[in-house]
Ligand binder design. Structure first.
Ligand code: A3P
Length: 294
């Protein structure tokens, strides 16, 4: 079943479902001012942002090559195991606040009040809507592997462009966090997938500063930034995920690594679809300073 709640569409009886969001609103009253939330719409680079933030905050605790400190978790487990989603059944039944780093797909306007009221920091990642659609379409079809009829692209396009995808409208999701980032710049940082791909060093430094763990001058020169980028690269994370590990009842870790590039949607969408999506983007973001450069 599908639900329309607080301005967005949700599925029922799934992770990130309407029930999970309502439960998070009721149950998540414990946010601490030191908590950091990684927020996103699905398929915008959540897994990457989780890995980068975790690696930045824990960079002195773990070894990645040699030395006596413990092996880096990202060399053995999924970024999703390092940073839990609060809007997942598993978190709601067994909350773990291991390191104050948490994630959510909940739209800004529906976030549990304690997150806003306690002034937690929020990092939001977004991405070109066309690539989000194509990434979601592949993801849903892989998730439904056992179902004999795959979702047709035209149908996925229709649902996405009408803003009826789970957690959608995507555009409204971005707008909510974008406005928050303007109103509370020290509390809400907006990152873009495309910019992370284009200049990872600049964006990772920006992220580290926002997270309260800026790189020291020494670190900027000793390759620490590069090391984190490398550890969290698509290739590395995908390799770690390759053994079919599950991160929840229905999700296997490797589902989160497909192609990891900017602009892959051009290989799937018709020129008409591209035109329609770009038109929606232009209309929705009219007067706002949001754009996605390849
Ligand atoms: P594609 O399907 O376009 O390849 P999310 O983590 O929000 O579910 O987003 C998944 C998307 O991010 C997928 O996009 C996936 O391949 C890509 N991705 C995952 N890890 C990445 C990384 N380390 N670097 C770049 N892209 C990554």
């Amino acid at each position: 079943g599908f639900w329309y709640k607080q301005g967005f569409w949700y599925q029922s009886k799934a992770d990130f479902s309407v029930e999970a969001i309502m439960a998070a609103q009721d149950d998540f009253q414990l946010a601490l001012p030191t908590d950091i939330f990684l927020a996103s719409h699905p398929k915008t680079g959540t897994t990457w942002l989780k890995a980068l933030s975790f690696a930045i905050l824990n960079r002195t605790k773990f070894k990645t090559t040699s030395g006596s400190s413990p092996t880096h978790p990202l060399l053995t487990v999924s970024p999703h195991d390092c940073v839990p989603f609060i809007d997942c059944e598993s978190f709601l039944t067994n909350p773990s606040y291991a390191n104050g780093l948490l994630a959510t797909h909940i739209p800004y306007t529906s976030l549990p009040k304690s997150i806003i009221n306690t002034d937690c920091r929020i990092v939001y990642i977004c991405r070109d809507p066309k690539d989000v659609l194509i990434s979601s379409w592949h993801f849903l079809n892989k998730l439904n592997d056992d179902v004999s009829t795959p979702i047709k692209l035209v149908d996925a396009f229709e649902v996405f462009s009408r803003g009826m995808s789970p957690g959608g409208s995507y555009w409204d999701h971005v707008i909510g966090y974008y406005k928050a980032s303007l109103e509370r710049p020290s509390k809400v940082l907006l990152l873009k997938y495309e910019e992370l791909k284009k200049d990872p060093e600049k964006e990772v430094k920006k992220l580290a500063k926002f997270l309260g763990k800026p790189f020291t001058e020494e670190e900027e020169f000793d390759g620490s930034v590069q090391k984190i980028i490398e550890l969290c690269s698509f290739e590395n994370l995908r390799e770690v995920s390759n053994d079919g590990k599950q991160i929840s009842k229905v999700l296997s870790d490797s589902l989160f690594f497909r192609k990891g590039v900017v602009g892959d949607s051009i290989n799937y969408l018709t020129p008409e679809m591209i035109q329609t999506l770009d038109k929606i983007t232009k209309e929705k973001f009219d007067g706002l300073d949001i754009s996605f450069q390849a």
